[in-house]
Design a protein around this ligand. Structure first.
Ligand SMILES: *Cc1c(COP(=O)(O)O)cnc(C)c1O
Length: 442
């Protein structure tokens, strides 16, 4: 037998058997936690690596343990160093520790729709709705659905007839999601008013007729129109519609509860209602910093109509969303608002400390000033001053593919890791991920 085949045959004989490996106490424990099929598939991958000579037979168990996922889901935690605070591809808002704990506590059987004092059926998610009303006192009633798109679909289905909307607000939010197409899909008709750049109160008023279901205002959350422009502010529109019996619905998108000093152009729920909107709609996982959800706040009779519509049943949220939302509103300030409020001096100190640590290990790392963004449909063109660690460009791909994935961004021939979107407690992990990539090259 030629020598190469000899070596291969030898290796085949040495590959530990699947049953033997699965009986190993550590792998048996992993199978309890992750499921036998997942561990078995990983064992088979490692056996193949042994046949290829890439892993020593004696190291089989360790090799399996090294590549087993931490949970039975393949979704992995990623460090967001893009500087985009609400990154849709990275799951938008990271939940607060309080919200994560609330999700875990509500994950089993829980009193989401049962009054434990009386043993009777209770209103679903009452505490989360109460937390919303406490946070936005201008609202009479609240409802939570799957996301803001669901809130729009429910409003259009329940109130349309015809929805009056400004031409300049027929927006595409992202990834082909076009608000007019969503509204149209519900069977509601759209009555476009004004032009791309200008709309007046008169345009809205002229469009009203017996079949008008609502006037809809959509915040252009991912672009700005400059120059010869005019929109009708909520207060003016509300005053101009008074007595016409047509509800004014405002989709504000980002879910800010109150005005934010760093984001002067971003509408908020409290002010929009106080200015006279009958309903406001927003996402839970943007600037509010909570779980994916569509938040509806406003007039009690309208909220009640939405809740009674059969479609609501198809759009309602589960117990873990309600738990996370309540904890986001009642608990400590969640990560996204914290990141938004972080002062740039503190970010620079973190960038300098990290760069110094990496430079001490021989890496070409420096602290630089950068610009972060809200992202996810919020405050377009509004840069947030930030600080980043700058590394050679070659770091970008391996950092993303590492054991603890880090997503930064390229700027010229450098990879920047922006710290405004990284929780301060994760700086150590960030450094470790960079050092691990560097170690593979030396
Ligand atoms: C983001 C956004 C939406 C969509 O929200 P989802 O919660 O992702 O469905 C709708 N309208 C506006 C104005 C937005 O900014």
């Amino acid at each position: 037998m030629p020598m190469v085949e000899n070596v291969r045959a030898d290796r085949r004989r040495q590959v530990p058997r699947t049953d033997t490996l699965l009986a190993d106490p550590q792998l048996a424990e992993a199978a309890e936690r992750l499921g036998r099929e997942l561990v078995k598939a990983t064992v088979q991958r490692v056996q193949q690596r042994i046949r290829e000579g890439a892993v020593l037979p004696a190291a089989a168990v360790d090799a399996v343990l090294a590549v087993l996922p931490a949970t039975a889901s393949s979704l992995r935690p990623v460090l967001n160093a893009t500087g985009v605070l609400v990154h849709t591809n990275l799951g938008r808002a990271p939940l607060s520790a309080a919200a994560v704990a609330a999700v875990a506590a509500a994950s089993g059987t829980t009193d989401v729709e049962l009054d434990l004092a009386t043993g009777r059926r209770g209103p679903r998610g009452e505490a989360a709705l109460a937390a919303l009303l406490a946070a936005v006192p201008a609202a009479e009633a609240a409802l939570v659905v799957n996301n803001c798109a669901a809130a729009l679909a429910l409003v259009a289905t329940t109130l349309g007839g015809e929805l009056v909307i400004a031409r300049g607000e027929l927006v595409e939010i992202g990834d082909g999601f076009r608000i007019p197409e969503l509204l149209g899909a519900t069977g509601a008709r759209l009555r476009e008013v004004g032009t791309t750049n200008r709309v007046t109160l008169g345009d809205y008023r002229d469009a009203l007729h017996a079949e008008t279901g609502a006037v809809l205002k959509v915040h252009p959350s991912n672009f700005v129109v400059r120059g010869f422009t005019r929109a009708v502010p909520i207060a003016e529109l509300a005053a101009g519609l008074a007595g016409r019996g047509v509800p004014l619905v405002a989709d504000v998108g980002s879910g800010l509860l109150r005005p934010h000093p760093a984001l002067p152009d971003e509408p908020d729920l409290q002010t929009t209602l106080a200015d006279g909107a009958d309903l406001v709609l927003a996402s839970g996982d943007k600037l509010l910093g909570g779980p994916q959800a569509g938040i509806v706040l406003g007039r009690a009779d309208l909220v009640q109509r939405l809740r009674r519509h059969p479609l609501y049943r198809a759009l309602r949220v589960d117990k873990t969303t309600l738990a996370a939302l309540e904890a986001t509103l009642r608990g400590p300030v969640p990560p996204v608002p914290q990141m938004l409020a972080a002062d740039v001096a503190g970010l620079r100190r973190r960038a300098e400390a990290l760069a110094a640590r990496l430079a001490a290990a021989g890496l070409d790392a420096v602290a630089v000033d950068s610009e972060a963004r809200v992202g996810g449909g919020g405050a377009p063109e509004h840069p947030l001053p930030s600080a980043a660690v700058s590394l050679p460009e070659a770091f970008a791909d391996p950092l993303r593919a590492g054991t603890r994935p880090v997503v930064g961004y390229r700027a010229g021939d450098r990879t920047l890791l922006d710290l405004r979107s990284v929780p301060p407690a994760a700086d150590g992990e960030l450094a470790a991920a960079v050092l691990e990539v560097a170690a593979r090259w030396t």
